[in-house]
Design a protein around this ligand. Sequence first.
Ligand SMILES: [Ca+2]
Ligand SMILES: [Ca+2]
Length: 479
Amino acid sequence: MTSVRGTQKMKRTIMLWACLPFLLGLPMVAEAQESEERQWQDESVYYIVVDRFMNGDMNNNEGVDLEDSNAYHGGDLSGIVDQLDYIKELGFTTIQLSPIMQNDGDSYHGFHVSDFRNVEEHFGTMEEARQVVEEAHARDIKVIFDLPIGFVSENHPWAENDAKSEWLTGEEVSSEHPWFNQLLQVDVNQEGVGTYLQETMDFWKEKTGVDGFRIITNGSDLSETTLQNYPLIMYTSSIKEDHTFRTVTREAFNQAGNSLNDLLTEEDLTQPHQLDFYDVSRFTHEAVVEGQNPITRWQLALTYVFTAPGVPVVYYGTETPLDDGGDPQNLPMMNFKAGDEKQKKRIEKLTSMREQFPALTRGDYRELYNEDGLAVFKRTYEDNEMIIAINNAEETRTMTLEGLEDDHQLRGLLHDGLVRQQNDGSYRLGMERETADVFIVEPNSGYNWLFIGFVGGVLSLFVIAVTAISLKNRKENKG
Ligand SMILES: [Ca+2]
Ligand SMILES: [Ca+2]
């Protein structure tokens, strides 16, 4: 009898203690941002080169040769489904896939399309494309497809069909990049092409549920009328773009001691920002060539890309970080066993910050300071104010923050730093060499007495409740 009663008593006590975290969690819930309708600029994007990510199906491996960097390597749509949890853990909210449309020859990169409305057999089937989207959505991840409408393979039916051949300019794409050799230019400004593009996007939406597209052109802008008010995520990019943001960001961060004065800050919050892509060697390699620690370099560069206006698009393998040996065409298979924990942790923190603090995705931008390798800027959205500090110098740097209200503090989210108001009323920010931090600006209440009071109150109630139960049990035992 005694043992049963003892067990019951223990159960009651355990249940009471089990409630504690929930009670303590209550003020956190109240603080959470009210969810507004999500916009494209709120996303953090992970870019996947489908052939080089994960080989999930051995039955579609025809011609696969891991020794030949120009041959298919076997990655496919079902492999992406297998790794969605991995991507989710890193905190990305959108995946973007290199072109999955039917392709000619060995074009593992997907840019030699022969049918815009079919899935390349090396990558899988339409059903598997639908599954990628469905499984991603089940994890609250959006999916974007690359759609290279600006050019087609020489074997595309448009090259043969007299009626459609007027959609082509009659010229080949001129590009120094070998991926774009022997491609026929599409005249994207023709009304027929615009209609075809729109119907093709509708087709993929209907078949797979995809959330949006990147339309890739050959230099000419799409006619605006075609795509205005298109209801899905959609942005265009050209293989002729000069990628100024990318160039200056890479140059600023590839070496400690570089000035950050040239960093380019755009007004456009919806502009995708990608440091690595098919036409440029990995930033990892650039840092290695400069004799730098690539992890440190990436941490500063990524902090900038994730907190400056724009949408961060991270190339697969950045988290490990993958080195291409300086050849942008060298896209090794993703190695899920490799990886640097510090690098992954930084990415996880940056993605979660963008989810938590709308100033980072929607806020106004203002530069506060930029000298001797230390850049400090502020993002503000409604009552959320964040200050980002990046010290690219090889020494500790300090600066005085102007224009902050009295009795506030800056709480660092990457290094747990705390900046408090000095006796003379100023705020002094100090950053160690080659570090970056993202600070939340909040009222300085010294200790948070409201919260301490709440916790104290809850604890007292618990002590009283537990004591009362013990007394009651003791009485029962005696009785
Ligand atoms: Ca495969
Ligand atoms: Ca093919």
